[in-house]
Design a protein around this ligand. Structure first.
Ligand code: BES
Ligand code: MN
Ligand code: ZN
Length: 499
């Protein structure tokens, strides 16, 4: 789907979108359309109780006096509340409506309210982003799609006072779009296709954007002593991989990098501690943390972020097998610490332990953020819209929370403490991989990870609730959300880049 920016002016075909803030009179492009149609737009608005509230839309088909097929009047909500997300939502809602409607081209002419903090040119780029994000489709495996189910919308045109300026904003947002799309594709792929090896192979695409890619296989990881990660993958026919992505965008290439680590379990059966059959298909997205890290790396590289960032993905498949690890096995992690594996379904932390240790040991980062679909318990605690944030550092926690607020990927800080840490002491090894009693399972999981972090700022994001959406919203269809891509990109943009 093609995006372009143009000078304001009436289009000679396609659909034309104008807007209005809540409770305000039609003005700008909307007023112009109303005049051209001899009042038909304002009449349609009052006939449908349109006030300009957020999400409202009025549609005029084959409007007399205009050259286009359709006019849509979109509500922006209260003028004082209009922000980036408002424009993205308008773009998204219109794109969803038109995607398979038969329409090919849509032109937006959304005037920003007068005292708006955001420039009209940035607003134009935000509309394009929303439209593209919401139009995401994954049709790779459909061979018999009905013609009427296929997308028709192929051109998004957005009017901006300074189209060149809008294009500059779009360059950055296009990088965000591409990171999100890359992640959604990875997370949506079925697990017979997206094995650890295939995931690492696809990440090679980042090389074209200047990211250095390294992949370690079982042989290399064995040499490094990664018994914790390797134990999880040993029951699978698919080889475990450690994917390392290195982006050096800071003026000082040797400055300490940020380290992002993702859990990449390409399918989680639970292993010998096998999961019930019902709902197990969801475990194809147990690599969403790794997916988000890879997508964020793509965004950072594409927009040439002036920061050094390392992304590491621990990629394994957790299967039951004659060679699978058993509950009560003791494994030795790269850190030297030993782990009693009491539940093979608590595998994500075992993968992260070695991936984090490796990144920390080799790259001496200034901070670490890990992302993982780690626990069902976080879904119970926070629901499916907010991810859990665990951190050993208040400043990093605040930066992450603010970044999440800014991009609509909310986080909520969860407690940690010695009383939880005690619960993972083991009678036979340095620790066990589950807490006692089953309560506070997201917290004991975070405590486990913390045992592999040396004294540097670290945060763990439990995205088990937010990685997959059963309903669409204004900027995404249902399915893989790519939660974390925009958050990590914003974290870097707001805090880690050269001035
Ligand atoms: N991948 C799951 C967590 C999960 C659940 C992600 C639902 C997405 C949706 C994880 O590996 C797991 O199985 N966790 C166990 C831990 C338990 C055995 C301590 C859980 O949450 O039940
Ligand atoms: Mn599991
Ligand atoms: Zn898992």
């Amino acid at each position: 789907m093609q995006v372009s920016f143009v000078k304001p002016g009436l289009p000679d075909g396609g659909s034309y979108v104008v807007a209005c803030a809540d409770g305000e009179k039609l003005s700008g492009a909307a007023a112009q359309v109303d005049k051209k149609t001899k009042g038909a737009l304002s009449k349609a608005a009052s006939a449908t109780r349109f006030t300009g509230a957020k999400g409202q839309m009025v549609e005029l088909l084959a409007p007399a006096g205009m050259d286009c097929d359709r006019v849509i009047l979109a509500g922006l909500g209260k003028a004082a509340d209009i922000k980036a997300a408002t424009y993205e939502a308008v773009g998204g809602a219109v794109a969803a409506k038109l995607l398979t409607s038969g329409e090919k081209t849509v032109t937006f002419a959304v005037d920003a309210p007068e005292k708006s903090a955001m420039s009209a040119d940035e607003a134009a780029a935000r509309i394009a982003l929303g439209a593209r994000l919401r139009s995401y489709r994954f049709d790779a495996y459909r061979t018999t799609q009905k013609k009427t189910d296929k997308p028709t919308l192929s051109k998004i045109v957005v009017a901006a006072p300074d189209a060149g300026e809008a294009r500059k904003y779009w360059k950055t947002l296009d990088a965000v779009l591409n990171g999100v799309t890359f992640t959604r594709d990875l997370v949506t792929e079925p697990p017979n296709i997206l094995t650890p090896v295939e995931f690492a192979k696809r990440a090679r695409a980042l090389e074209d954007h200047g990211v250095k890619i390294e992949v370690l296989g079982v042989k290399e990881m064995t040499k490094l002593g990664m018994g914790s990660l390797l134990g999880v993958g040993q029951g699978s026919r698919a080889e475990s991989q450690l994917l390392i992505m290195e982006w050096r965008g800071a003026a000082d290439r040797n400055a300490a990098p940020a380290l992002f680590v993702g859990k990449g379990v390409t399918f989680d059966t639970g292993g010998i501690s096998i999961k019930p059959a019902a709902g197990m298909e969801a475990m194809k997205y147990d690599m969403a943390g790794a997916g988000a890290v890879a997508g964020a790396m793509l965004t950072l590289a594409q927009r040439k972020a002036r920061a050094n960032v390392i992304g590491i993905c621990g990629l394994v498949e957790n299967m039951p097998d004659g060679n699978a690890q058993r509950p009560s096995d003791v494994v030795k992690s790269m850190s030297g610490q030993t782990i009693e594996v009491l539940n093979t379904d608590a595998e994500g932390r075992l993968v992260l332990a070695d991936a984090i240790w490796y990144g920390q040991d080799r790259y001496k980062p200034h901070s670490i953020v890990d992302l993982a679909t780690l626990t069902g318990a976080i879904r119970i605690s926070l629901g499916l819209k907010i991810a859990g944030l665990f951190a050993n550092n208040d400043a990093l926690a605040a930066q992450l929370t603010a970044a999440g607020e800014a991009v609509g990927e909310r986080l909520w800080r969860m407690p940690m403490g010695d009383e939880f840490d005690k619960q993972i002491d083991s009678p036979i090894a340095d620790m066990k991989n589950i807490g006692g009693g089953g309560f506070g399972g997201s917290i004991t999981a975070a405590q486990f990870i913390q045992r592999f972090v040396n004294k540097l700022p670290w945060a763990h994001l439990d995205i088990a609730g937010t990685a997959w959406a059963d309903d669409a919203n204004s900027v995404q269809p249902k399915g893989a959300t790519a939660y974390g891509v925009r958050l990590l990109n914003e974290l870097v943009a707001a805090n880690f880049e050269d001035k």
